[in-house]
Write a protein that binds this ligand. Structure first.
Ligand code: HEC
Ligand code: HEC
Length: 258
């Protein structure tokens, strides 16, 4: 049993110790914030993007750093998950990227404003949040490589992995809004692909494929890539070029080779 003065000393000592720990940890936390947030990477574009994020009430539906509403996807790591091309297309025309699903309204931002938001997401993705959001990600769409898969993704145009896989499957992975593209090179030629990628609606008036913000370079890269999606490429790691035709030699197995 403590005496009265002993209890007093215990109270004062305990209070002092806990207060010192509290103040010390607070100072420590504040000292770490500039490093963890990479304050040096907060460019004017990032700041403008943050203002748009706040004034547009994106948090009315989304969470960022775990804060906000739970109607729409968490966006802290959206830059690495989806990439700038997808984010750009999504903000420019949300309905086009998720046809017929839950609605994100179209804010009709200018291209500069969209760039600011992309810069903001790029910065947000670098912030060290002490392990948040937890890995593994539960939405592996844009990061193929699931168990049992043989699909190689490193030989694809980057824009394909960022944008097209959101709606199209290749090698068994990707979205199912549009058809799988494994053998699409057998059905269309380069000129068709080029017209299609520039403006799908001009080819098929009612198509649900959106007109995507692709650069000239990306279009050419994609046209070449799509033209090679043939049976040989789909079968695995075979040469993507079409096999040269064999000289016609009359043989009993002609046309019926296994
Ligand atoms: C009314 C609710 C709502 C608001 C407000 C909203 N969003 Fe969205 N957003 C959504 C929904 C819903 C989706 C997912 C689409 C779906 O599942 O159909 C989405 C998806 C996204 C995606 C793609 C995420 C992914 O992983 O596919 C981005 C990027 C995005 N929103 C950015 C923004 C930005 C930036 C703002 C503010 C300027 C904003 N959103 C405001 C509802 C909203
Ligand atoms: C928002 C979803 C969406 C995105 C993103 C998307 N597509 Fe599509 N795509 C579709 C839909 C839906 C169709 C089917 C169109 C139709 O039949 O009218 C289609 C059709 C196609 C076709 C014709 C296939 C066929 O068999 O008729 C090609 C080629 C194609 N897309 C390539 C691409 C490429 C390359 C990208 C990336 C730059 C891409 N798509 C991004 C939805 C999408």
């Amino acid at each position: 049993m403590l005496s009265k003065s002993g209890a007093k000393a215990f109270f004062i000592g305990g209070t002092f110790l806990c207060s010192a720990a509290f103040v010390g940890l607070t100072v420590d936390t504040f000292a770490k914030i500039p490093g963890q947030t990479h304050a040096d990477r907060i460019t004017p574009a990032v700041a403008r993007g943050k203002n748009l994020w706040d004034s547009s009430n994106c948090m009315g539906c989304h969470t960022l750093f775990g804060e906000g509403a739970y109607y729409a996807p968490e966006l802290t790591r959206v830059y690495t998950r989806r990439g700038p091309d997808f984010i750009r297309a999504m903000i420019r025309d949300p309905q086009a990227m998720y046809p017929g699903e839950r609605n994100m309204q179209n804010y009709h931002f200018s291209e500069d404003q969209i760039s600011d938001l992309v810069a903001f997401f790029e910065w947000a993705g670098t912030v060290d949040l002490n392990g948040f959001p937890a890995t593994p990600h539960l939405t592996p769409i844009a990061a193929p490589g699931a168990v049992g898969s043989v699909a190689r993704t490193d030989d694809r145009p980057q824009v394909f992995n960022q944008l097209c896989v959101a709606c199209h499957a290749l090698g068994g992975q990707g979205g199912n809004v549009g058809p799988a593209l494994d053998r699409v090179g057998e059905r269309f030629d380069a000129a068709y692909f080029e017209r299609w990628l520039r403006d799908p609606q001009s080819v098929r008036a009612n198509t649900r494929m959106p007109r995507l913000p692709l650069s000239e370079g990306q279009i050419h890269e994609l046209v070449a890539f799509l033209s090679l999606r043939r049976a040989a490429a789909a079968a695995g790691n075979m040469p993507a070029e079409p096999v040269p035709a064999q000289p016609a030699a009359p043989s009993p197995t002609e046309g019926g080779a296994p």
